[in-house]
Design a protein around this ligand. Sequence first.
Ligand SMILES: [Zn+2]
Length: 322
Amino acid sequence: MKQLPLQTTFGQIYLDWSLGETHPMQPIRAKLATEFIVNELGDAVEVIEPITEELKPLVRSAIESVHDKRHVARVLDEFRDGHWDGENPGNAAALLAMFSGTYRLVQSLKEGKIRVGFNPQGAKHHALKGESSGFCVFNDFAWAARELESLGFRPLYIDWDIHAGDGVQEMLADTDIPTISIHNGTIFPTGSDTRDHEKYGQRHFWHNPSKHWYNINLTSTDGDDGLAWAMDQATEIIDEYQPDIILLAAGADGHVGSPLAENTFTQAGFRSAAERIAELANKYANGRVLIGGAGGYQPYKETPETWATVVSTIYRNTLVQE
Ligand SMILES: [Zn+2]
């Protein structure tokens, strides 16, 4: 019996993406998550460098295929993201590598080398075509969804980061690719066109059929039962679309104690949600799931633990006999 490996992208360059010592985004979370995943899954894990010299021009072209060239040049050539402090030349190289991590996993999926891949610094879901937003500069998952579709896959994007996946939704609005965002609508990014503003503060479901947007809103105090309810709604959509690859933005910032939200998801809640993704991936997608870390602001423990739980649960539950 031969099992395909789990690929996780990590390199020291990920640690260069710094927005300042006191900023909630601390890149150490990616290093710890990688270590926790290796502890969980051992030899089944291939940790791959996110970028090589050879890949740099290809990755830049991929970024330019979904973003305005002006935005790309501002970040990569002028070292300005235009949105928050902590800008430094090292960020540009790190941002290219973070996008490249997802690029490499898409290549591996395309070549059939993996079914499950994880980029802890992937799923930068707020980034917009022409600008950075919410600590996200280049939208690697919007690119990945389009690329996979162009390769003949039927991708579906689902996002349980506690903030709405507005950038991905905007950047895929002109495609037939469905996007599901589970989020607390009372917090950032309020004002986005991708959501139903009248229903903030209560659990509700909103669908924009022309853009294939599905939004599942949770309240500020929703915990594991809220996440389970949201996954029930999401399951109906996935059953309808029957995607042959699932893209998951596995934000850990709805975790209890998270500094940027009041929600109270626990490891058990995330594990159940991951089991559901694995079940659906087995049913429709031959176990294929591309996972990005998205948000997570408890960098030393809860965030890497959550990612390790989610990634190892999905990997273990999608193993098949070759
Ligand atoms: Zn978030």
